[in-house]
Design a protein around this ligand. Sequence first.
Ligand SMILES: NC(=O)N[C@@H](CC(=O)O)C(=O)O
Ligand SMILES: [Zn+2]
Ligand SMILES: [Zn+2]
Length: 440
Amino acid sequence: MAVIITNASVLNSEGQPERMDVEIKNGIIAGIAEAGSLKAAGQEVIEAEGKLLIPGLIDMHVHLREPGFEHKETIETGSRSAAKGGFTTIACMPNTKPVTDSPEVVSLVLGKAREAGLVKVLPYAAITKNELGEELTDFAALKEAGAIGFTDDGVGVQSAQMMKDAMKRAAALNMPVIAHCEDNTLVEGAPVAEGAFAEKYGLKGIPNESEAIHVGRDILLAEATGVHYHVCHVSTEQSIRLIRLGKQIGVKVTAEVCPHHLLLSEEDIPGPDTNWKMNPPLRSRRDVEACIEALLDGTIDMIVTDHAPHSAEEKAKGMLLSPFGIVGFETAFPLLYTAFVATGQWELPLLVKRMTEDPARVFGLNAGVLKAGAPADLTLIDLDTEREVNPDDFATKGRNTPFAGWKLKGWPVATWVDGRQVWSAGDMESKKDEAGLSAD
Ligand SMILES: NC(=O)N[C@@H](CC(=O)O)C(=O)O
Ligand SMILES: [Zn+2]
Ligand SMILES: [Zn+2]
């Protein structure tokens, strides 16, 4: 049977919102037409009441923690959190226990995701065994098992030779290399960025070059090997400069940025609160401005959350000893909508594009567009109701966010994956049109 989402606000090809009906059939968007025109007897009709209907959000950088760290998150709780945040496709990082460095772990992740049955989960596999930077994994076998790219996220690949070999192998398989850029010799266990906060609390600071040195090195290696090279969680002006140059000279380099690096600087850290500790760290206001500019001009291709849940116990270990990372799924869209779109700084279609069409294009996914024939991965968003971020309401197991108490608009209220509603805010109950017989 077909489902009709009626009276939705859909962005047209000029980026203007239009009242439309969207018909979903067999998991596919079967048709889009003027509001009221598709409703027919016997169909399930979902009244969107003018709320914004967009392609399901895509997040190419997330940590689901399973296998091995189920106390932080499971593939099921992470998938539910993603669905609640409006995401329909997520790509998960291999820094699990065991590390996703064998076909068996790739299969396990895919199996658990299927069991959860919520969002589409695309696994990355590790570049090196156990992410130790010593020995390459079996790229061909990992690809065969379903991995979509290679990354040692959580740590930088320290050896240039190792990275070059990885890129050669990945290029031969037409697979991307996704890099956490961090030179360990420049970091030395520092928990926050260089700057006023580190000085005030007598902490070592992480310098910007620790990220940018890897970005520069890897762009040269990508040029030499021809691989698609994707830079994780860009956070510095210097990295952006290098990515811009790489793109100009035709290197296949793409990049992502996280909401927190667009919204917060190290000056905003209120005190030694580990909800503000993440890797890369919050940098200077100047870096934040550079990230925003790069996202707008396309130097940075997409937004990702780097959803990184940790338990309360782990995060209670203080600024030096607690793990890096914050949760991201359930606040990403409302944060960016409220801070940038509702204030008139960004156009709504730009924000949507950087979270849907652009990641799909970069990674070659059949997703990210709302058009007839596309998979019915959809997200309905209430742009008007203001609500405070309350970590106790999160579907993720993680409570580690610096955004608690922020008043936001732009909350997702329903999410569909392949036409199946996988999450709804509760007041979005679908209604059957009882006027007639089934018209499938
Ligand atoms: N981003 C983080 O602060 N932490 C990530 C690792 C990573 O993304 O590098 C994690 O796995 O917790
Ligand atoms: Zn990382
Ligand atoms: Zn990460």
